[in-house]
Design a protein. Structure first.
Length: 333
């Protein structure tokens, strides 16, 4: 067994395993080859074709795709190691972050808060690390990648019931080839890239890439059960910023956690306790901030219509949400 970079198509470098004794179809990439013996991969050098992201990983099920291979061609950030002083400043900034509510969803909001906190202390060397299912990115990269027959997904044991099309967290390089990930879902402490990736189960395979930290969310097609990326990302501006989308997302996660722990038992919103997106949709019309639907329907600035009072059975829950939204707005969301 020998380890190798296998280049598939223009601009796409896949970290794979070459099989001895003749490779069955698809065996060139250890992730997909049913006859391949999966062995640890430890590659610290830049693959053929060149990349500014030497994010070699030995985690089965994770393929490395440079950001330059995305159809929309977002720039690949250079992974530049922090100095000792910069990393000390980053860790000091992380220590000042408030605790996040335990959550199954909302990773893009947490990642954006963390990135905003460490971007300046890192001298703008911070970035975001994304893991996508292969079925999600098949439309967005230069070549197709195989996926599980019934679609791919990512599971995290620390969030029972999780089944994700993607996951994202902020990151930085502590040294050459030493990428650290700051995933507030798991810990406020930076983790080594391999350690972070090993916490997930990849059903049908996954794709790992690094993008600039200003990428907040991506354009996609499909529905809740199957998402396909188009290759275009949104920054945290426009209607996302105007409606304080990330602040509402984090407030929804906090309210969900509170409801699941027995708070606000009479509130009708509790039916969305396991659905933070639905929960945010339920309380947003009662907040002073513009809703996303209002923003996209009226691109020109208009007066926000008067808001009705929240249902009486949810008055206390609405008060909590307003406080959470206000606090996260104060952190740039």
């Amino acid at each position: 067994m020998r380890h190798a970079w296998v280049v598939l198509g223009i601009g796409l470098s896949v970290l794979g395993t070459a099989c001895e004794g003749g490779a069955p179809p698809g065996c060139e990439v250890a992730l997909y080859g049913p006859g391949c013996v999966r062995a640890p991969v430890n590659v610290a050098t830049t693959p053929p074709g060149g990349t500014q992201m030497p994010l070699a990983t030995s985690v089965p099920g994770v393929t490395i795709v440079p950001a330059s291979s995305w159809r929309a061609q977002p720039p690949s950030p250079a992974v530049v190691p922090l100095t000792t002083i910069e990393e000390t400043a980053v860790r000091a900034a992380l220590a000042q972050l408030p605790a996040f509510a335990p959550a199954v969803n909302g990773c893009e909001s947490r990642a954006h808060v963390v990135f905003n906190a460490i971007d300046a202390p890192s001298q703008h060397k911070a970035f975001k690390v994304w893991v996508f299912t292969t079925s999600a990115v098949s439309r967005a990269i230069a070549v197709d990648l195989p996926a599980a027959p019934n679609g791919s997904h990512i599971e995290y044991g620390g969030a029972p019931g999780s089944s994700w099309n993607y996951h994202v967290a902020a990151g930085y390089a502590a040294g050459p080839g030493d990428v650290r990930v700051v995933d507030a879902l798991m810990s406020s402490e930076p983790q080594r890239l391999d350690d972070w990736l090993r916490k997930f189960t990849y059903v049908g395979g996954a794709v790992l890439t690094v993008l600039p930290g200003d990428r907040y969310l991506f354009q996609s097609t499909g529905g809740p059960a199957h998402v396909e990326l188009t290759g275009t990302f949104w920054g945290y501006d426009g209607c996302f910023k105007k409606t304080h989308d990330a602040a509402k997302s984090l407030a929804a996660e906090a309210l969900s956690d509170a409801v699941l722990h027995g708070k606000f038992p009479a509130c009708s919103w509790k039916s969305f306790a396991h659905d933070a997106v639905g929960l945010s949709g339920a309380f947003s019309p009662f907040l002073a901030e513009e809703t996303f639907a209002e923003c996209i329907s009226t691109p020109e600035p208009t007066a926000i219509p008067p808001r009705p009072a929240a249902p009486s059975d949810c008055a206390e829950a609405a008060s909590m949400v307003r406080a959470e939204v206000s606090a996260w707005e104060g952190r740039g969301l």
